[in-house]
Design a protein around this ligand. Structure first.
Ligand SMILES: [Zn+2]
Length: 154
């Protein structure tokens, strides 16, 4: 039910997780995160959110960052050469002068774990700082997520 809600809702609806009894928690219910947790508990698979959702979160975050008039440039899905790793796709690339930062989105259940192997390797080498923002923070407390990025650039 969590994976295949009949309404195909974004987070939760009355067809999947919502009921009158849990009405005070509706804003907290997220079927994708729930499914990710159950898959981990039942099958031991690493918690992940689907790529579309992570992409959408990165879109939202990047659009907001670009509209802030910060002195850094933000671009989505930019190819970047990382020493010792090769060419990777930066979910969000921030550039200011000759400084660069990569921002990605992580599953709320696996803090600070990059969603792809290439990003994980880039993060390990550390030649360009890779910072990961929690998908749930982006969807629930968006200004805080933007603030985390801007603080990293300060
Ligand atoms: Zn639903």
């Amino acid at each position: 039910m969590l994976e295949d809600c009949p309404e195909n809702c974004d987070q939760s609806c009355y067809r999947c997780l919502r009921s009158f009894r849990n009405r005070f928690e509706h804003s907290l219910l997220d079927r994708h995160v729930g499914a990710s947790l159950l898959r981990y508990l039942i099958h031991g698979t690493e918690p992940t959110l689907n790529e579309d959702r992570l992409e959408r979160s990165a879109d939202t975050l990047c659009e907001d960052l670009s509209s802030r008039g910060s002195n850094a440039q933000f671009t989505r899905g930019t190819k970047i050469e990382i020493e010792g790793v090769g060419t990777i796709t930066a979910p969000i690339l921030a550039q200011r002068g000759d400084q660069q930062w990569i921002f990605g989105v992580h599953d709320p259940l696996s803090p600070d774990v990059a969603p792809t192997d290439e990003l994980r390797r880039a993060k390990e080498t550390g030649s360009v700082p890779v910072l990961l923002i929690d998908d749930m923070v982006i969807s629930r407390n968006f200004p805080f997520a933007t603030g985390q990025v801007l603080q990293a650039l300060a």
